[in-house]
Design a protein around this ligand. Structure first.
Ligand code: ADP
Length: 245
């Protein structure tokens, strides 16, 4: 589904990504862990076309193969953006639009889906996450966990090939985390392809096909969750896990 090779990115003098290689197969769940500032968000933003790497190659199935050593056109970046959808740490919902209006915005405005169809699809998705009765309320009338579930529905409504989650539960009160993780786990079980940045190791254990540990802009270690959490190969991974376990 996704193949990235040698992605590099600097902000001024700060080298944030140093040659990132990443392969995600269809239906796979890849979890990205690592200390704050290690470059995890920048990886996600690069996969989503929100950030333009300075070097490397990136191909998302069905889209153009982008070579960042050369010039990447706006339309190529747009094609990349359209193939994935990101769920942010904060839900990023439009505050003055209802739940339903938030969900249909992308499909109707960007993808030109007929409104009646977009509404029907949005309602089906809201029902799935138990929020259909909230379709006409505004984001401030929802709990943090409900807002985040609407954020997930908004991403799903775009029918992306790849779902990207950037610490989707880290802004939530602890008692709201479970509901959101349950929804993400269900999507994983349904076969959605996803890359998830999270500190929720129990989620990683239950859902990940592969866990990547990033530090200092490189992927230090990659393995299945069992290996990663019980017997990490690298000292840096061990130290990080010791701190958060
Ligand atoms: P993580 O998600 O692992 O916490 P990030 O990818 O957010 O890491 O950030 C990696 C590093 O890049 C950090 O030092 C951060 O301050 C820096 N950084 C991220 N985005 C920008 C930006 N737009 N401009 C300057 N520095 C940035």
């Amino acid at each position: 589904m996704l193949q990235a090779n040698g992605l590099r990115k600097s902000f001024g003098d700060l080298e944030v990504l140093r040659s990132i290689d990443l392969t995600v197969r269809k239906g796979e769940v890849v979890v990205l862990i690592g200390p704050s500032g290690s470059g995890k968000t920048t990886v996600l933003r690069s996969l989503n076309g929100l950030e333009t790497p300075d070097g490397g190659r990136l191909e998302l199935l069905g889209g153009p193969a982008l070579d960042f050593t050369g010039k990447v056109s706006k339309s190529e970046r747009f094609a990349l953006r359209n193939r994935s959808a990101m769920v942010f740490q904060q839900h990023n919902l439009f505050p003055h639009r209802t739940v339903l209006q938030n969900v249909i915005e992308g499909p109707v405005q960007v993808q030109k889906v007929p409104k009646a169809q977009a509404v029907a699809e949005a309602e089906a998705l809201l029902e799935r996450v138990g929020l259909l009765e909230k379709r006409d309320v505004y984001p401030f009338q929802l709990s943090g966990g409900q807002q985040q579930r609407v954020g997930i529905v908004r991403a799903l409504a775009l029918k992306p090939s790849l779902l990207l989650f950037d610490e989707p539960t880290s802004a939530l009160d602890p008692e709201l985390v479970g509901d959101v993780l349950t929804v993400i786990k269900e999507l994983a079980d349904e076969g959605w392809t996803m890359v998830v940045v999270t500190h929720e190791l129990s989620f990683a254990r239950a859902a990940a096909d592969e866990v990547l540990f990033m530090d200092g802009g490189v992927i230090v270690e990659r393995s299945d969750p069992r290996q990663m959490f019980t017997n990490p190969r690298h000292e840096r991974t061990r130290q990080f896990l010791d701190r958060i376990l």
